[in-house]
Design a binder for this molecule. Structure first.
Ligand code: FE2
Ligand code: FE2
Length: 286
């Protein structure tokens, strides 16, 4: 790779802010204005981020990263230690909402709790972005965040900036560029390899501990081409469709709960420590 800047985003939040521009919350049209009003330079960094993501997320790259990280032999941390570790990822480039990672997690999970959802759903909201610790393990932004998509088959033009896939070596591999590629029709997403990032990683970290609905939320929350665009119905099976109902419910909490009002971390901590004690082991392997 001869790219100079592997991390064009000022912060990981720039990707999520861009999602809000792409998928504004219809019910409150004003919400969009409360977030950063993207000027061209900001949009350029997001575009450059996607260029890198679409260029380098090849089928082989995904296999390499799975072999490298899914051994989960990097760190063992309790839930709260993991949250504090993630928070060492400093984001300070957002002019309007300068929230740290813990606050995004708590705003997501507290909104889920306020709506009376089951406690495992609240916990899922609280830990859904812990996979971003990949950045702290030295991974570039384009291998941690961004919309995810299947590799090993044709890229949908409903993925954001599809034109950048032309630079991906897989684009010229005829095996990977038919509708089904290496997969079978309706084979189910469990048989489909997704681009590598914080979703697949945190799914593997948590896969023994949460109900399947929560695991789907973790694993596919950035798969906008499916949960928002329905672009990969041909790979989904009935079971995926059932569980994507939950992924869609979760997405609203992930995207539309950002607020300048900071949750009281100290006051909330005991509740989340209790949830962790109920569902998770004392230390979790990352
Ligand atoms: Fe996420
Ligand atoms: Fe999130």
């Amino acid at each position: 790779m001869n790219e100079n800047n592997q991390n064009p985003l000022g912060s990981l939040d720039e990707w999520e802010d861009d999602l809000l521009v792409r998928y504004p919350e219809e019910s409150t049209p004003k919400a969009k204005e409360e977030y950063r009003n993207y000027d061209d330079p900001a949009r350029d960094t997001v575009k450059e981020f996607y260029r890198l993501n679409h260029t380098y997320q090849t089928f082989d790259f995904v296999q390499e990263k799975r072999a490298e990280f899914l051994k989960l032999d990097r760190r063992e941390m309790g839930l709260w230690d993991a949250v504090e570790f993630l928070n060492t990822l400093i984001d300070d480039s957002d002019p309007d909402i300068d929230l740290d990672q813990t606050q995004h997690l708590l705003q997501t999970s507290e909104a889920i709790r306020a709506d009376g959802h089951p406690d495992w759903f609240v916990l899922t909201g609280f830990l859904h972005d812990l996979g971003k610790v990949l950045c702290l393990f030295g991974e570039p932004q384009w291998a941690v965040v961004g919309d995810t998509f299947p590799v090993g088959c044709k890229y949908s033009d409903r993925i954001v900036y599809p034109e950048f896939f032309a630079a991906n070596p897989d684009y010229n591999n005829p095996l990977y560029q038919t509708t089904y590629g290496i997969y079978d029709e309706h084979c189910g997403l469990d048989n489909v390899l997704m681009s590598w990032g914080h979703d697949e990683y945190i799914y593997h970290v948590m896969k023994d501990y949460l109900p399947e609905e929560g695991l789907y939320m973790l694993r596919y929350h950035s798969f906008y081409a499916q949960h928002r665009e329905g672009a990969y119905d041909h790979l989904m099976n009935e079971h995926d469709h059932e569980l994507f109902k939950w992924v869609k419910i979760f997405n609203k909490y992930d995207l539309y709960t950002k607020s300048p009002v900071r949750p009281d971390v100290k006051k909330l901590r005991p509740y989340y420590e209790d949830l962790a004690a109920k569902y998770l082991p004392d230390t979790i392997k990352f």
